[in-house]
Design a protein around this ligand. Sequence first.
Ligand SMILES: *Cc1c(COP(=O)(O)O)cnc(C)c1O
Length: 362
Amino acid sequence: MISHLDLRQVNEPYLTALQEATARVLASGWYVLGRELEAFENQFAAYCGTKYGIGVGNGLDAINLILRAFAFPAGSEVIIPANTYIATILPITDLGLVPVWAEPDPRTYTLDAEKLEPLITEKTRAIAVVHLYGRCCDMAPIRALAEQYNLRLLEDAAQAHGAAYGGRKAGNWSDAAAFSFYPTKNLGALGDAGAVVTNDDALAQRIRLLRNYGSEQKYIHQIPGVNSRLDEVQAAMLMVKLPHLDADNRRRQDLAARYLREIRHPAVILPPADRIYDDVWHQFVVRHPNREAFMAYLAQQGVGTAIHYPVAPHRQDAYTDYRRLCLPVTEQLHREVLSLPLNTALTDAEADYIIQTINQAP
Ligand SMILES: *Cc1c(COP(=O)(O)O)cnc(C)c1O
């Protein structure tokens, strides 16, 4: 059985180095807000090409802290893609802001700039873009729109470590970008972890305060903050894996290139092939009009798949207020998408088998 993702296999090459990193932190006697985090923050910012990196507890908190730092009045509207993971939306509603749901481009699954302008009202304060599945949104027209209407831009880059568009990396397209290092992400910790990257001095300073109880100096609190810190053990482990991120992404790109070249089945809709080596292929998402039967066939042949995501956020019980929204593109995508195995542990022989199995599907 080829599993969709086996984290034990993914982390296997790093086992000894991860054990050494953990042992180093253990022996140091210093576990939160120390040297490991500072070093990782600098390395990750350098990797992204941004001025600042701020480690936080997870990707959800990274989005939450950016929005807090924007300090919008309650009731302000934030435009989001309707087909995202719910973590993009939860911080918006949590802070008393209003999510405005934009339909994605059905070809790329990311925001379509042309569908954004009609959603802008006098209450709109920001656009939160999501580089879904590892593909950067078409950012030039979105940035132009944000400038024209004086809106803040936030990137949810939780699936896009190292992704680029037009020579510019994810994390550099907005006021501030949120990354997650959840274990399944392209750069995965061995627990929860996240980061904000930004080139904005004031935002960086504010988010640094916010993540640590609004405090810079112990027991002195400048603003009301939260506790959301990336701990020393996770930072040390992330530093083991960061130097390999580009090679890992390259392996994903080569596998994606093969899938795009060799999968040929009339019912299977492939993702666009126009940016194979800019996209970091966090997921390789195809569509099938009869998804459940297709997934059952693949499972029967020993190929594990996953769905990202089975239920659209506006159709979740958590968001009954939005259940009546009419978002046909989003709803169709949620009915038809499935993710094939694509990760650094997948072998060429396994990729061969997956391609063959799909091409022979009934
Ligand atoms: C994983 C993810 C998040 C949340 O990250 P966590 O670290 O799990 O909190 C946010 N947005 C997207 C698009 C994600 O994939």
